[in-house]
Ligand binder design. Structure first.
Ligand code: PRP
Length: 205
């Protein structure tokens, strides 16, 4: 039995579609069920941010999750394959027609991703006050809560609609197939079989 944690939300549909093609079945979680059993596989539907946790604790052998989430959670897992879906960028952004004032003793950054933000600025030895938010990050600089944001950009529409600009790209992200370290050794054949099937689909896309 192989257990695979799949993410709800942003990349869920693309991921489910990929797995549906791989298993050649109509792949859907129904009636708010969070476990889907198929053949020798068990799929778990979890919050994207929780996928690395399920995999690192071996509640799932495999998972699919964005590189941004992986970088933010920083767990010890095996990164197997870039699935080339769910592409987005983690960016530093601020108000249009204004520069970030690096002369301030401390820059306020609003973000859902405090760890990525801390790493980015500490490498540059820039002092920051990181304000952790859970959504609608683009609002923060508009109402003076922060000087800038670190956030995800996919189409760019949210930033544009809110008169923000991208100052720098911090990370190019896409969804990765990841594995628990122990599972990777104990279930290597099954995992490599999934890896190979997914790789063919990814390469022919
Ligand atoms: C994400 C992100 C941006 C938006 C970017 O938020 O934090 O707000 O999507 O997408 P775009 O570039 O295509 O406009 P999400 O939709 O996950 O909602 P949230 O703000 O509630 O986290």
């Amino acid at each position: 039995m192989i257990t695979i944690a799949l993410p709800k939300g942003r990349i869920a549909d693309d991921v489910l579609d990929l797995f549906a093609r791989m298993f050649d079945c109509n792949f859907a979680f129904v009636n708010r069920k969070l476990i889907l059993q198929y053949d020798n596989f068990r799929f778990l539907l979890v919050r994207s941010q929780d996928v690395p946790i399920y995999v690192s604790y071996q509640a799932a052998d495999l998972g699919v999750v964005g590189l941004d989430v992986l970088e933010e959670t920083g767990v010890d897992i095996v990164r197997l394959l870039d699935l080339k879906i769910g592409q987005c960028r983690v960016v530093l952004g601020s108000k249009m027609n204004e520069n970030i004032n690096y002369d301030k003793p401390q820059i306020k950054i609003a973000t859902k991703m405090p760890n990525i933000t801390r790493n980015f600025f500490s490498k540059r030895a820039i002092a920051t006050d990181i304000i952790k938010l859970y959504g609608s990050i683009e609002l923060a600089p508009l109402v003076g809560l922060s000087d800038a944001i670190v956030d995800i950009v996919e189409t760019g529409n949210t930033m544009k609609e809110n008169s923000l600009k991208v100052d720098e790209v911090i990370l190019e992200s896409s969804a990765y197939l990841i594995a628990n370290r122990n599972s990777f050794y104990s279930k290597k054949c099954d995992i490599l079989d999934i890896y190979n099937k997914l790789k063919i689909l990814v390469d022919t896309n």
